[in-house]
Structure formats: structure tokens, C-alpha cells
Design a protein around this ligand. Structure first.
Ligand code: GDP
Length: 316
């Protein structure tokens, strides 16, 4: 169990995941949470990160910072996704080692797995085949991050662990139509169609790709669970154990936001991986499973989006 009074650094606290981890840690009674804004510390620069760690001396680190985005952002900005993430993972892991961080959680992504991996995807599928080309840069950086944590454990005995979440959603998501992931992008597109009185809403791809969606509060809960109870080299998948087609997801969002609207599939946009669902038996075996049904998570996320729009806070 982590000591609730120890200093904890959440790297990436403004993002979808980092903000959820911040909330979860506060709820769990952690009273010394540390964070730093991007404008104050560029996590890609080793010397700056080292200096910050020297000064702050965190005992635990949640490494959830990075450049992230949906299928289009990934395929059009591969250099940024590869460079930024490689550097951020490298600097934070190395600085954590230098100052003797007791435990670090590194967060990967289900896109690390081969495009043709058997479904549901087990942890063993890592590096067993070629990657999905639309997010190869991001995936390579994430794979390097996992191997970095494993290597620091092997060479130095550092207690650095890795979790691989499936597709995430929830409050604080990026609702940008071009750069965001499917769930917030569709939520926004249906919302705008309702306001404009439009009866047709565009959904990228064929609609037949399958994805699994995990509420980010469930992920944050799983991350704390792993930090409290897991100390081994192997990475752990975090998901719900169920998936749906993009067409089905679009239908659920339509029924919630703009009932009766028509779906128009745009086949000029890529589907990406045909299916991406994680095998979560390792994590359930450890004693954790996800609690938020997709319909409930969609409803509360839409509520958050409407409130954030009112406050001018939604990332559009
Ligand atoms: P991925 O899981 O890395 O492929 O990430 P995305 O969330 O970006 O895309 C998931 C799937 O949703 C892909 O098959 C997309 O083609 C499909 N999709 C449908 N409409 C949209 C949309 O408006 N935005 C995004 N990003 N994807 C969409």
C-alpha cells in the first residue's frame, strides 16, 4: 500500500487521465499531490526535469503525460507523437531513478499491440507482429516506455510498473473534431447537429471497426489499485472486457444526444485496427474490474460536456 501522506507527482495532471488520477488520489486521502504545468516545465528536457525532481523529491510518480490524439492526429503528426513521447517517458523515468522514487506507474496504451493480434489481446501479444500503421509512432514510443520501466527494474531494482489501458473517455476529454478520439468527437458532432437542426451526422470509416471504451475514473481507480498491490515487471491490461462496433457506439451517442438523426459513414476516413479489445484476466485475477457501464459513462460525460461548454472550459 502506498503511504497516503507521501509526496506524489502526477506527470500530465491537466490531461484526461492525469486529472482523473488527481481526483482519485485526493478521494483516497493523498494529501501531498504535486504537479507542474507544461509552461513551467517541458518534460522533454532532461536537465529541467532532473532539476524539478531534485527540488520536489516525490516518493511516488504517476507517469501519464504525453502527446496524445485520435486516428487522424496520429497519422498526420507521427514525428511529434514519436519524439515527444519518447523524450517524456525517458526523462521522467531517468529522473525518478536518480532521486530514488519508490514506485512509478507508467501508462501505455492498447495501440502497442500488433494490428493482427488475436482478440481479446493478452499481455503476451506485445511485439509478436507488425503494428497498426495509423498510430505506429505513438505505439513505438509507448513500447519503448514499457521496456524502459522493465529495464530499470532489471538493472537497478526500481519498482516501476506499467499499465496498458484500452480506449478511454470521460470528463476532461478532448472534444476537438479533427484531433480527438471517436467518442468525444461524435458526441460533439451530434450535439452540433442538434443545435443546427441537421438530420445527418458523419461517422468516419465503415462503422464496423470494434473498440472497447473504459471510463477514465475506472482507469484511475485501477492505477491506484496497481500501485497499492502490484510490483512486477510485466505490464497489465486495463479494460472492461466488452467491446462494440463504432456504428453501435454512434447509435448510442445519437440516442443520447440527438435521437432520430441519421448516421452517414465516410469511407474515405481510415478504420484503423479492425478490432481492439483487451484480455483483462490478469487484472481481474489480481482482484480489480471496471464498474461503469458504457451507457452510464456516456450520459455523465455528455452532462460534463454541456457544463464545460457553459463554463467555456471544454477542449474544442
Ligand atoms: P483508434 O482506436 O486509435 O483507432 O482511435 P480513434 O478513437 O481515433 O478511432 C476509433 C475508430 O472510430 C476508427 O475506426 C475511426 O475511423 C472511427 N471514427 C468514427 N468517427 C470518428 C471521429 O469523428 N473521430 C475519430 N477520431 N474517429 C472516428
Amino acid at each position: 500500500m502506498l503511504d497516503r501522506s507521501a509526496p506524489v507527482f502526477v506527470a500530465g495532471h491537466r490531461g484526461l487521465v492525469g486529472s482523473a488520477i488527481f481526483r482519485r488520489l485526493s478521494d483516497a486521502g493523498f494529501d501531498d499531490l504535486r504537479s507542474v504545468d507544461r509552461a513551467e516545465l517541458d518534460l522533454r528536457h532532461q536537465s529541467a526535469v532532473d532539476a524539478w525532481f531534485e527540488e520536489q523529491r516525490p516518493r511516488y510518480v504517476f507517469l501519464v503525460a504525453g502527446t496524445v490524439g485520435g486516428i487522424l492526429a496520429n497519422s498526420t503528426r507521427p514525428a511529434e507523437f514519436l519524439y515527444d513521447n519518447l523524450m517524456i517517458h525517458g526523462t521522467v523515468v531517468q529522473a525518478s531513478h536518480r532521486v530514488g522514487v519508490e514506485k512509478l506507474l507508467y501508462l501505455g496504451s492498447s495501440c502497442i499491440y500488433p494490428r493482427e493480434a488475436d482478440q481479446p489481446i493478452t499481455e503476451e501479444a506485445l511485439l509478436a507482429g507488425p503494428l497498426e500503421p495509423t498510430n505506429e509512432g505513438y505505439a513505438l514510443a509507448k513500447i519503448a516506455g514499457i521496456k524502459l520501466c522493465e529495464s530499470y527494474r532489471r538493472q537497478y531494482g526500481d519498482d516501476f510498473i506499467s499499465a496498458m489501458p484500452t480506449n478511454l473517455y470521460g470528463p476532461g476529454d478532448n472534444f476537438d473534431l479533427e484531433g480527438g478520439h471517436v467518442l468525444p468527437a461524435l458526441m460533439r458532432r451530434f450535439h452540433e447537429a442538434k443545435l443546427d437542426g441537421a438530420e445527418e451526422v458523419v461517422v468516419w470509416g465503415s462503422g464496423s471497426a470494434r473498440r472497447e471504451f473504459l471510463h477514465v475514473d475506472d482507469l484511475a481507480d485501477a492505477c491506484l489499485f496497481l500501485m497499492d498491490h502490484y510490483s512486477e515487471a510485466g505490464h497489465v491490461n486495463v479494460g472492461t472486457g466488452t467491446d462494440c462496433t463504432i456504428g453501435e457506439l454512434a447509435g448510442m451517442i445519437r440516442d443520447l444526444v440527438h435521437p432520430g438523426a441519421e448516421l452517414a459513414f465516410d469511407a474515405s476516413k481510415p478504420d484503423g485496427m479492425p478490432r481492439k479489445m483487451l484480455d483483462v484476466s490478469k487484472l481481474t485475477g489480481l482482484g480489480w474490474s471496471a464498474g461503469t457501464p458504457l451507457a452510464d459513462g456516456l450520459a455523465s460525460t455528455y452532462e460534463w460536456f454541456l457544463e464545460a461548454l457553459d463554463r467555456g472550459e471544454a477542449r474544442l
